[in-house]
Design a protein around this ligand. Structure first.
Ligand SMILES: [Zn+2]
Ligand SMILES: [Zn+2]
Length: 168
């Protein structure tokens, strides 16, 4: 476990408006939020109101929003949370493996609170990213050609096409 480092903006330089009020919101704890706090502790990441707020908003939806969409949702409950903070927080959470960045779809990064191995279907018409519950993941066999290029940290399969909703 590493020592506490200022991953985000230094505390002093952060605008107070950036911090989510710790008022009554502070005691709110969804099941996802509680699990998230535990996982933060395991990875040595300090639990902050804004990290919890961003994670809970992401966990509350299954549509793999981009940072802007997520910010719009977080801002409903926490109007003081800036777009920059959401970006920065997502970056931190992805780095710590607490949030998944969906393998390249379109031009904007999409995020997922579910970090268990699962695949996605991306619709090129409506831009939706859908979870695929494939019973058997492809056995974790990394082809030699991949290993020659580098160490694999994660395998994500992305199926790209037109969803049934858009085909009608
Ligand atoms: Zn579609
Ligand atoms: Zn997903």
């Amino acid at each position: 476990m590493e020592l506490e480092t200022q991953q985000d903006a230094p505390e002093a330089a952060r605008s107070p408006a950036d911090d989510v009020s710790a008022g009554t919101e502070g005691v709110r704890a969804t099941r996802e939020g509680q699990a998230f706090r535990k996982r933060c502790a395991l990875t040595g990441l300090r639990v902050t109101q804004q990290r919890v707020a961003v994670f809970e908003s992401l966990a509350a939806c299954k549509d793999h929003p981009d940072a802007e969409q997520l910010h719009a949702r977080v801002a409903r409950a926490h109007p003081s949370l800036s777009m920059n903070t959401v970006y920065r927080t997502l970056g931190t959470l992805v780095d710590r493996g607490l949030v998944l960045r969906v393998a390249c779809v379109g031009s904007t990064a999409r995020f997922d609170a579910c970090t268990e191995a699962h695949d996605h279907f991306y619709c090129i018409v409506c831009n939706r990213v859908l979870d695929l519950n494939l019973a058997t993941a492809p056995a974790g066999v990394i082809p030699d050609a991949v290993r020659e290029v580098g160490d694999v940290k994660q395998v994500q399969t992305l199926y790209v096409g037109v969803c049934h909703h858009c085909r009608k």
